[in-house]
Design a protein around this ligand. Structure first.
Ligand SMILES: [Zn+2]
Ligand SMILES: [Zn+2]
Length: 275
């Protein structure tokens, strides 16, 4: 039986004879079902028309993304530490070349994913590399393919390796998580932010939303809470969810000034909007 994959969000579902009736992740206010309706593919069909490309973002950090683009088109990140490799976020396609390359680099000690939009084919990756998947328990309801490899964690932080810490920021999703890598950014720290802390096109600010496609903002307290949770962690570099969404310098200050701008905008009395 095939494990169908939603074409809009890239999530792989548990194996079934027929495609699922609906995709709960798309059929929800943070994602969308396109006007043409819900459609499905399989991993096999995806592999016939797509492949994965690799790009090194900084020493020890390699992006893995599918070409041509598929679904939300995020890329995963292979983070290499002296204790083993961690896959941050996930993509729907895991082809034979990717398996060979990642195994050649030492395989995986774990997979961590920022939020349900990037769960993708996480179980395929876990099986191929015999690695656990660390998901925040706050998003348990959004797992569409259960597996013993999935380990739910609670609380605000989870260390994965020396200098590698998951931080649950919430916001976009209740279990929304970022990864802090202390040795990244030439030792000044790197933040892997998914779209929990969104790197925007000008790369001098970040932003925060409950829904990006549907333009639903977060509240000021939710965004201030993200700032408070990141406060203990120094970082120079931020890598967002796509290959080109990187802030190379002053990452911590960028987040701080972005929170100030965001909170002023949503708490404003409206006069700024009339100028
Ligand atoms: Zn979907
Ligand atoms: Zn998202």
């Amino acid at each position: 039986m095939p494990a169908f994959i939603c074409v809009t969000c890239g999530t792989q579902f548990a194996a079934s004879e027929k495609p699922p009736e609906r995709c709960p992740i798309c059929d929800e206010e943070r994602q969308f079902v396109p006007p043409s309706g819900q459609s499905w593919t399989t991993h096999e069909a995806l592999a016939r028309r797509h492949m994965n490309g690799f790009q090194q973002h900084e020493p020890g950090l390699i992006g893995i993304g599918t070409v041509p683009a598929f679904a939300i088109a995020q890329r995963a990140l292979l983070l290499m530490t002296d204790q083993g490799n961690v896959l941050w976020d996930c993509i729907s396609l895991l082809d034979d070349a990717t398996i060979a390359i990642v195994k050649g680099l030492g395989g995986l000690i774990g997979i961590a994913i920022s939020h349900p939009h990037y769960y993708a084919s996480m179980v395929e990756w876990a099986k191929a590399f015999d690695a656990p998947i660390h998901l925040h328990a706050g998003d348990r309801q959004w797992v569409m393919r259960s597996d013993p490899a999935i380990k739910f964690w609670d609380g605000d932080t989870l260390p994965l390796a020396r200098g590698v810490t998951l931080i649950r920021c919430g916001g976009h999703f209740a279990g929304g998580t970022v990864l802090h890598w202390a040795q990244g950014g030439d030792g000044r720290g790197t933040l892997l932010s998914g779209d929990i802390v969104q790197v925007i096109p000008d790369r001098t600010f970040v932003s925060f939303m409950r829904s990006y496609p549907n333009l639903i903002p977060l509240s000021a307290p939710a965004v201030e809470r993200i700032g408070a949770l990141l406060e203990p962690y120094p970082f120079e570099v931020i890598h967002g969810a796509w290959f080109d969404r990187t802030i190379a310098r002053d990452g911590k200050a960028v987040v701080q000034r972005s929170i100030t701008r965001y909170v002023a905008a949503v708490r404003g009395d409206g006069t700024a909007d009339l100028k």
